[in-house]
Design a protein around this ligand. Structure first.
Ligand code: G1P
Length: 293
């Protein structure tokens, strides 16, 4: 069955980014010339997904507004003959159909995904976490996963994107243990949410891209609070992996944790260097800065 929908949870409080995220959703913080969330939405659109479901909470309306049509702004830009800018603004609002669902209690990532159950219905879907930006020279990470899904072609498999991390960082990620089936692909045997370093031999960390089967909703409903007292998606995934094949995929590209201050700065540098209008000047500036240090 074709994967048509993507769930993007954006309900989190963004405590890692305070005070910047006090009145502005962290997903709206700018990377070069667009908010972080727009990169995620553009990745989804470039991968052929048709509908996005944002899981939101109070104070996050700026995200929906960003992808909405703004009549006043459009009229004003047209009157001033700023047609190029106007088209860029319209491009954002025309990107894709967006549905927003409220997560009424902050009960964790697993609970946030469960909130989408009635809108997703009985079909496979993608999950993209708003903090995780992936820069890829090849295909967007989401598209790479959809391609793998088509290639594997088993009935009802799920896929999680992974990358290798330092063994002393396992407590920052969901970690998978599995058997390699081919280059960069593992059949998942076990998943753990943020295990303490040294408690697993694996350093394969889940990053925020998942292709899931709808059975996950039933499993999430039965999942008890886990790490940090929250309903963890990883715990429900571990149950799903016991029912149906689950693959872990080492995607091609570089992932940035844009929800972390240093990760955000690294993302800005990487995206700025690739910016068609700014990249060259920015690279020269960075060289000067480095040379003067
Ligand atoms: C979440 C997931 C974790 C995953 C991580 C990737 O954790 O629970 O399994 O490895 O995203 O960014 P969070 O960073 O939201 O605590």
């Amino acid at each position: 069955m074709k994967v048509r929908k993507a769930v993007i949870p954006v309900a989190g409080l963004g405590t890692r980014f305070l005070p910047a995220s006090k009145a502005i959703p962290k997903e709206m913080l700018t990377i070069v010339d667009r908010p972080t969330i727009q990169y995620i939405v553009e990745e989804v659109v470039a991968s052929g997904i048709e509908v996005i479901i944002f899981i939101t909470s109070e104070g996050k309306s700026a995200i929906e507004n960003h992808f909405d049509y703004n009549f006043e702004l459009d009229t004003m830009l047209r009157q001033k003959n700023k047609i190029e800018l106007c088209e860029e603004i319209c491009h954002v609002s025309n990107l894709i159909d967006i549905i927003a669902v409220r997560q009424k209690k902050p009960m964790g990532l697993g609970h946030a995904i469960w909130t989408a159950r009635n809108v997703v219905g009985n079909e496979p879907f993608m999950v993209l976490l708003g903090d995780d930006l992936v820069l890829s020279d090849k295909l967007p990470c989401c598209q790479q996963m959809l391609n793998l899904y088509d290639e594997i072609g088993e009935a009802g498999e799920s896929i999680v994107a992974i990358q290798q991390v330092n063994p002393d960082e396992t407590n920052q990620y969901g970690i998978i243990e599995g058997k390699p089936t081919r280059a960069g692909v593992y059949l998942v045997e076990k998943m753990m949410e943020k295990p303490a370093p040294g408690t697993t031999d694996s350093n394969l960390a889940i990053i925020g891209r998942y292709l899931l089967q709808p059975d996950i909703f039933e499993l999430l409903e039965k999942t008890s609070p886990g790490h940090s007292g929250e309903i963890q998606l990883t715990d429900a995934l571990q149950a799903l992996a016991k029912k149906r094949p689950m693959y872990a995929y080492q995607f091609e590209g570089t992932r940035f944790d844009a929800g972390d201050k240093l990760g955000y700065l690294k993302a800005i540098v990487a995206f700025a260097l690739r910016h068609p209008a700014l990249g060259k000047n920015f690279a020269q500036h960075l060289q000067r800065v480095c040379a003067s240090m």
